[in-house]
Write a protein that binds this ligand. Sequence first.
Ligand SMILES: [Zn+2]
Length: 338
Amino acid sequence: MTPLEIILNTLSGGKTPRPGVLNPVSSTTVQQMEMTDSYFPEAHTDPEKMFELSRANYEILEYDGIMPVFSVVIEAASLGCKIDWGKIDTMPRVIGKLWKDYRDIVINDDFLESQPARAVLKCITMLKNRYPDVAIIGKVFGPWTLSYEFFGVEDFLIKTITDPDEVKDILRKLKSITIKFARAQIDAGADIITIADHATRDLCSPESYRDFLIPIHSLLAEEIDAPIILHICGDTSDRIDYIARTGMEAFHFESKVDACHAVKVALDRIILVGNINNPTTLLFGKKEDVKKEVEYAIDCGVKIIGPECAVPLNTPLENLKEIERATKNHGSNSKSRI
Ligand SMILES: [Zn+2]
């Protein structure tokens, strides 16, 4: 099976000769920028540099998928937010707040014509043409995360308590950005779409996830015509059951959730992805530590292995490569823990 077939088969619940390996969010590091001569911040908006840097996912790390959207600001930049594009070793961020309330929201029809969005779309087409047998993964942000960017985290979270109806209206409106950008990425050649929506426990109670986000995420799953990997950082143990009801194909989750616990809750409703710890294991651990976590996750039943979130930009290359080695070498004689 090709890497693409392994990933697509896995996401549709089929059998594969081995677990998949990829990161549905950024795997890039300064070291890979040096190896590909393609650096931040230009690689966020220059399609050629984005292509060179992202294909390190396959050429250097030998993962089954390539994900070229390194930052979290493409939609915000395209809609008019001020952006600090960062430096070689820092990620971009949104400066200030574009809107104060629901009535301020203006979504220009041509936001995909903006330079940052066009760069992503062009890069995806270049990747698909060059790597037809590798999973090309697009990435968009869900309306919960977009609300943080447009309204500011604090102001938006206050609204969830003071004016839940306005929050529902905001999410309904902003979801059109997510759907439009995802569809454009699919048309450009993306095989899979990551939806990152940071409804993490610190910022979104399980009841908020149930009331605000199950309806919206279910709708995204219907409207976006490609397998979806939902990414939510942090401890999500209290909402995996809800996430599994949305109809999305996969959930990319952090090591704060025990892999065996996640698989037990998800059952066969949603495929689990990720789970290798970034701040301790990948950043400071030894290869043996990485291998141990990979084997634990696979034995629990995580089907696609990878870093748990966007990797820190100084993560050692050897540890990122060890995820690939340990996943592909994982013995077929190992016993399942469940
Ligand atoms: Zn994350």
